[in-house]
Write a protein that binds this ligand. Structure first.
Ligand SMILES: [Zn+2]
Length: 283
């Protein structure tokens, strides 16, 4: 039973073993903002119990850092527990959850041996109802919380949450601590490093950065990960530029992460480099 731990002033993080995912609370005079809601209705009921046990107030708003189910499928449970509070997300994240959420549910339905199959299958997908395109400020009374869209990366709709008075930043899955960054078939590997440059611009050397998965980190950690993600992008660009076919690219590259985790990164990168398949003739 994970506990919420205060990592910066009135910012609490609980780290759940299933997917090693973080749920974060930001406290203000008006109440709590919950950032990400875990991966099923049942999983979120545990989170709601933990929020109540912390005793820091009532949830007045929900933020989804991106559409992936381990961050959004608890939305309905929080809505039921806290009276239809608003759910904030980037506009692309809402579109992606609407388009692909059901596919995730089906994947669990098709895998009855997964211990979470029943929970996820029984979960109602609840879409965020408050969207924005570049930035939005949420007023918690004595505290302003900024939602910022730094550009595409882990998905097309990842936001970061900045709490300026606490010098804290919740990075969602644009940053991961307990595993390499997760490239799936909805990722934007060529844009990701540039989006992280914007995220870095929102931090100071003293910032506390909460990743989507794993322990809180500092700016230096994010700089190192930005460089590794940059190497992935540059390697894809180099391989494509030299005309290495997609099927050979994974073996031909030297990667900062295990290559078996980068199949989707390379495939998506090749797709996103418009001229990579047809090389221009050399003059
Ligand atoms: Zn994710």
């Amino acid at each position: 039973m994970p506990d919420f731990t205060e990592v910066a002033e009135r910012i609490w993080v609980a780290r759940y073993p299933w997917f090693d995912v973080n749920v974060t609370l930001v406290g203000g005079e008006r109440g709590l903002l919950v950032v990400d809601t875990h991966g099923s209705a049942a999983a979120a009921r545990e989170v709601v119990d933990d929020v109540r046990r912390l005793g820091a107030g009532e949830v007045v708003g929900i933020v989804n850092t991106h559409w992936h189910f381990d961050h959004t499928f608890g939305n309905g449970t929080f809505r039921a527990a806290y009276d239809e509070v608003p759910i904030h997300a980037h506009e692309n994240a809402v579109a992606e959850l609407a388009r692909w959420g059901e596919r995730t549910r089906q994947r669990f339905a098709d895998d009855p041996d997964d211990p979470h199959s029943e929970d996820v299958t029984a979960t109602e997908i609840v879409l965020p109802d408050q969207t924005f395109s570049s930035a939005r400020v949420l007023d918690l009374g004595d505290r302003a919380v900024e939602l910022v869209y730094p550009g595409r990366g882990h998905t097309s709709g990842d936001l970061v949450v900045r709490v300026p008075d606490a010098d804290a930043l919740l990075a969602g899955d644009l940053v991961e601590e307990s595993a390499p960054p997760y490239y799936n078939d909805d990722c934007w590997p060529m844009d990701w490093p540039l989006s992280l440059d914007i995220v870095l611009g929102l931090t100071t050397p003293a910032s506390v950065v909460v990743p989507g998965h794993g322990a809180p980190v500092d700016r230096e950690f994010v700089e190192v990960q930005r460089n590794e993600i940059g190497i992935v992008a540059e390697t894809i660009r180099d391989l494509a530029g030299r005309g290495v076919p997609l099927e050979k690219a994974l073996d031909a590259g030297e990667w900062p992460y295990p290559s078996e985790r980068l199949g989707a990164a390379v495939a998506r990168g090749y797709e996103q480099l418009p001229r990579s398949q047809k090389r221009l003739p050399l003059l």
